[in-house]
Design a protein around this ligand. Structure first.
Ligand code: LER
Ligand code: MN
Length: 274
């Protein structure tokens, strides 16, 4: 019998005050957000905490248990937003703090059954030597992937569009960098919004990255929820199914026209294509 891939939706919850300019659907009250996600029918959520203190593991575990909700992922971008930490900062003490911050999130996410995401905290190279920047990135990602492996988890690295990083913008370039010696538990986070800006063909890029894809940000071309932009999700869904993708599609999108309506529309879109 043909095995049907298990792709599940997840909804983003920001623990920072919500804003129509930030791509998170629910929050900032965690208890209310988890209750709403469960009521709408989401099996999982992705958290965006502003700092480590916001990740109260026993309290979150209790809340997830009460609502039969899984934690798919925790974003680390708060380390950039609130403390300007990046993995390739030119100051070694900042790099060390950035690495420790992400390592802590990897461990806390693992205790909650989830995995960490490295997006904005990768940083930018700017006018420094690109080779040196990529060497720093390689060392930092390698150490953090080892922390995740010690917890029995993957770690997700996210290529971003050109306006947010100059390290890696496409899945193909990211794939080649990771395949050049970085461990297999270091997976690509494919964000369909960034890909819409950078890829020649997103459906092909997903196929070529294959089993290196570990997580997806499910979002439309204008960073609104799927079906509020101009992406044709049919070919993207076909690609993910063809590579046997088994992870989450986390809706990281603007909460428009309202948090609740966006979360409802995103789930309806998920059911239509997956
Ligand atoms: C940033 O644009 C993004 O897509 C996030 O997932 C990264 O933290
Ligand atoms: Mn993203």
């Amino acid at each position: 019998m043909k095995r049907v891939p298990m792709i599940q939706p997840s909804v983003t919850i920001s623990l920072l005050p919500n804003s129509p300019k930030a791509p998170f659907l629910l929050g900032p009250n965690l208890a209310e957000a988890v209750a709403t996600a469960a009521e709408l029918g989401y099996p999982a959520c992705e958290l965006f905490p502003p700092n480590l203190a916001a990740i109260d593991v026993p309290a979150i575990k209790n809340l997830l248990h009460t609502h039969h909700m899984q934690l798919s992922t925790i974003g680390t971008g708060g380390g950039w937003v609130t403390q300007q930490l990046t993995l390739i900062d030119s100051d070694p003490t900042v790099r060390e703090r950035a690495k420790n911050y992400i390592a802590d999130i990897i461990r806390r996410a693992a205790e909650l059954g989830g995995s960490a995401i490295i997006g904005s905290m990768q940083g930018r190279c700017g006018n420094r030597d690109r080779r040196e920047c990529l060497d720093l990135l390689r060392d930092q990602l390698g150490e953090l992937a080892a922390v995740a492996a010690g917890c029995g988890r993957p770690l997700f690295y996210e290529p971003l569009n050109r306006y947010e990083t100059d390290l890696f913008n496409t899945l193909g370039d990211t794939f080649r960098f990771l395949e050049d010696g970085l461990p297999q538990n270091l997976k690509i986070l494919a964000d369909l919004f960034h890909m819409n800006i950078e890829e020649t063909c997103s459906a092909t890029a997903l196929r070529l990255a294959g089993s290196r894809i570990g997580h997806v940000h499910f979002v439309d071309s204008n960073r609104q929820v799927p079906s509020r932009g101009q992406t044709d999700f049919g070919p993207l869904a076909e690609s993910l199914k063809s590579i046997g993708y088994q992870g989450f599609l986390a809706v990281e999108a603007f909460p428009l026209p309202s948090s609740r309506e966006a979360a409802e529309t995103a789930l309806a879109s998920f059911r239509r294509w997956f």
